[in-house]
Design a protein around this ligand. Structure first.
Ligand SMILES: Cc1cc2nc3c(=O)[nH]c(=O)nc-3n(C[C@H](O)[C@H](O)[C@H](O)COP(=O)(O)O)c2cc1C
Length: 348
C-alpha cells in the first residue's frame, strides 16, 4: 500500500502545507471531505472518515429534525473528531434542521441542492457554525461569499448524484484563480491522491469525494450496491437522459441499470399520453419527477440494484474493492505525498 508513511517526511510536510488552509477550516488532519451521500453518509461512514483524519459529513436528505438530531448524537458517540451536516435547501423544515445542528454543536453546516436562503446562512453563523455552500459558477460564488458563506464547494459534472452541467476541470479554472476570500473545496470525479494534489496546487483548499468512499468497510450500503460500484467503470456512470425539453428531468449521474432504461421508456410513454390528450402537462411532468422517488433508498439499503438508483460518479472505476475508510484515506494521502516526492528523487 502506498501509505503516507512511505513518502519522505519533507513530502508529507509539503502536502500538509498545501492542505493547511483546508485543515484549519475543517479542524481535521487532512483536507479531504467525505461528501454527503443520502442513505450512505450516516453515523458509521461519517465517524469512520473523521476518525481516519478526513472530514465526514452526514447527509440529512429528507430526515425530519428529530431524526437528524438522533443521527448527530449517534455520530458523536462514535467519534470525537469534527464532522459536518449536509442540509438540502428545499427541505420544508430547513430552519429546524439548522436548529438541530446548532443544539448539538455541529461545527460545519453544508447547504446543498440550491442557493440557501440568506436567513438560513445567518441563523447557522449566529449559532456558531461555519457555513459551506455549493457554487456552480463564479458569479454565484461571489454572491454566496457576500451572503456569508465561510467556504465553498465546486462540484463538477463528473460527480455522482445530482449534477450541474460543467466539469470540474473547467469549474476549477473559472473559479479557483478568482476566489481567494474563502477556502474552496473541489469535488467530482476524484479517485486518487495525485488529482487532489493537482487541485491543491491550483489553489483549492482541499477535496470532497463521495463515490470513492461507498465501498468503505464501515459503510452500511447493501453488499449488492457495493458490488455494483466495484464492477462499475467510468463510462457506466451516466447522467439521466431527458427525452423532451418540454419535460425537463433533473440530471443525476448514476450507473446504468434496468431503472435507467425503464425511465427512458416511461418518459416516452408519458409524453405520448400527453400528446394524445390523455393527461395534463403538469400531471405528466409530476409523473416523470416521481419516477425515481425512493429509488436511492431501494438500491442503497434494500440492495435492489436493478430498479433502484445507483448514483455514482465517474470515479467509480477507481473503486476496486471493499476496504476500511482509514486505508482509503491512507492511500489517497500516500499517492499525493508520493507524487510530491517523485519530483525530487535525490531528496528522498
Ligand atoms: C450515492 C450518492 C448520493 C449523494 N447524495 C448527496 C446528497 O444527499 N447531498 C449532496 O450535497 N451531495 C450528494 N452527493 C454528492 C457527494 O456529496 C459528492 O459531492 C460527490 O459524490 C463527489 O463526486 P464523486 O462521487 O465523483 O466523488 C451524492 C453522491 C452519491 C454518489
Amino acid at each position: 500500500m502506498s501509505g503516507a508513511a512511505t513518502a519522505p517526511e519533507w513530502a508529507r510536510a509539503e502536502l500538509d502545507r498545501l492542505m493547511a488552509r483546508g485543515t484549519a477550516f475543517l479542524g481535521s488532519r487532512y483536507a479531504i471531505l467525505g461528501g454527503a451521500m443520502s442513505w450512505v453518509s450516516e453515523r458509521n461512514l461519517v465517524a469512520a472518515l473523521s476518525n481516519a483524519g478526513a472530514f465526514g459529513v452526514i447527509a440529512c436528505g429528507a430526515m425530519e429534525p428529530p431524526r437528524l438530531a438522533e443521527e448527530i448524537a449517534a455520530t458523536q458517540a462514535l467519534t470525537d473528531k469534527p464532522f459536518g451536516v449536509n442540509l438540502i435547501t428545499m427541505h420544508p423544515r430547513l430552519d429546524q434542521l439548522v436548529d438541530a445542528c446548532l443544539a448539538a454543536k455541529v461545527g460545519h453546516i453544508v447547504f446543498a441542492g440550491g442557493i440557501p436562503p440568506g436567513g438560513a446562512i445567518k441563523k447557522a453563523k449566529d449559532g456558531g457554525a461555519r457555513v459551506v455552500c455549493f457554487a456552480p459558477a463564479l458569479v454565484l460564488a461571489k454572491r454566496l461569499i457576500r451572503s456569508g458563506a465561510d467556504a465553498l464547494v465546486i462540484e463538477g459534472s463528473e460527480a455522482g448524484g445530482h449534477i450541474g452541467p460543467v466539469s470540474l476541470n473547467v469549474l476549477a479554472q473559472e473559479i479557483l484563480p478568482h476566489v481567494k476570500e474563502v477556502p474552496v473545496f473541489v469535488a467530482g470525479g476524484i479517485g486518487r491522491g495525485e488529482a487532489i494534489l493537482s487541485f491543491l496546487e491550483m489553489g483549492a483548499a482541499g477535496a470532497q469525494l463521495g463515490t470513492r468512499f461507498v465501498c468503505a468497510t464501515e459503510c452500511i450500503a447493501h453488499p449488492a450496491f457495493k458490488q455494483a460500484f466495484i464492477r462499475g467503470q467510468a463510462r457506466d456512470a451516466m447522467p439521466t437522459v431527458q427525452l423532451d425539453e418540454a419535460f425537463p428531468v433533473i440530471p443525476v449521474r448514476a450507473l446504468q441499470n434496468g431503472g435507467t432504461r425503464r425511465f427512458i421508456e416511461f418518459q416516452a410513454e408519458t409524453i405520448r399520453r400527453f400528446k394524445a390528450g390523455e393527461v395534463e402537462k403538469e400531471a405528466a411532468q409530476l409523473d416523470i419527477e416521481h419516477f425515481w422517488a425512493g429509488a436511492l433508498r431501494r438500491a442503497v439499503i434494500e440492495g435492489d440494484v436493478e430498479n433502484g438508483s445507483l448514483m455514482a460518479g465517474q470515479s467509480v472505476g477507481m473503486v476496486t474493492k471493499e476496504q476500511p475508510a482509514a486505508e482509503i484515506i491512507a492511500e489517497l494521502v500516500g499517492q499525493a505525498a508520493a507524487a510530491i516526492a517523485a519530483r525530487r528523487p535525490d531528496a528522498a
